[in-house]
Design a protein around this ligand. Structure first.
Ligand SMILES: O=C(CO)[C@H](O)[C@H](O)COP(=O)(O)O
Length: 231
């Protein structure tokens, strides 16, 4: 069932070379990359890694992958992460697992961001998947209202009856925009709203996309755009 995810995740690890610093993404596709990397590390590959979530940190520890805190990182060589949607320009929606803030910080600090998905994540236009927006719980009602006024139909993400809390102590509003035609404009408009910490649009962060298919084959696409980097 996860053949496509496994194929994409494991292929991404082939780009890793000894001595590199690696960003470990979050989710069920990044899982396969972390598992494979763990095998290579236990067989002698020397790398160090920084995790995008507590969940990935725990998995990496189990796999005996050497972890360093983000404060010790100058630049990450390769970040491997999943996505909830990807379009033909390698624009992404991320945050289905609630880790979008650290994922974006780590992607921005990486020379290369390899995005690993199965074929179900590839779309013509972003927006079918509700866009996760991380917000400060303080005065969340006002932030929520701004999003309602934008027509985003926000929903507070819950686990059972309790709001989902991110690794950073924040909440997620899942927003429906349906067809996002101008992702960069929407990204800027969202991050302009007080109370929004970050949103799940990743515009020109991915440098390479690996799509895995149910038959185990893969397709690779490199971004024609210069990636946004902050290091
Ligand atoms: O952005 C993410 C977590 O915040 C994940 O990368 C995204 O949700 C994809 O996950 P999966 O590979 O399990 O479908």
């Amino acid at each position: 069932m996860d053949t496509g995810k496994r194929a994409a995740g494991e292929r991404a690890v082939e780009f890793i070379k000894p001595g590199m610093t690696i960003g470990l993404g979050t989710g069920s596709t990044a899982y396969f990359a972390i598992k494979r990397l763990g095998t290579l590390v236990r067989n002698g590959l020397s790398i160090r890694a920084v995790a995008t979530s507590v969940q990935s940190e725990l998995l990496a520890s189990e796999e005996q992958i050497p972890l360093i805190p983000f404060s010790e990182v100058e630049v990450i060589d390769i970040d491997i992460d999943g996505a909830d949607e990807v379009d033909g320009q390698l624009q992404l929606i991320k945050g289905g697992g609630g880790a979008l803030l650290r994922e974006k910080i780590i992607a921005a600090a990486s020379r290369e961001m390899i995005v690993v998905v199965d074929e179900s994540k590839v779309v013509e236009t972003l927006g079918r998947f509700p866009l996760p927006v991380e917000i400060i719980p303080f005065a969340w009602e006002l932030t929520y209202k701004h999003l309602v006024d934008m027509g985003a139909n926000p929903k507070v993400r819950h686990i059972g009856n309790t709001p989902f809390v991110t690794d950073n102590g924040n909440w997620i509003l899942d927003c429906s925009f349906n067809q996002i035609q101008q992702a960069e404009v929407l990204h800027a408009a969202l991050n302009d709203i007080p109370g929004i910490v970050e949103n799940g649009l990743f515009i020109h962060y991915a440098t390479r996309l690996i799509i895995g298919y149910t038959d185990g084959s893969i397709k690779e696409v490199t971004s024609p755009y210069p990636a946004k980097k902050f290091f």
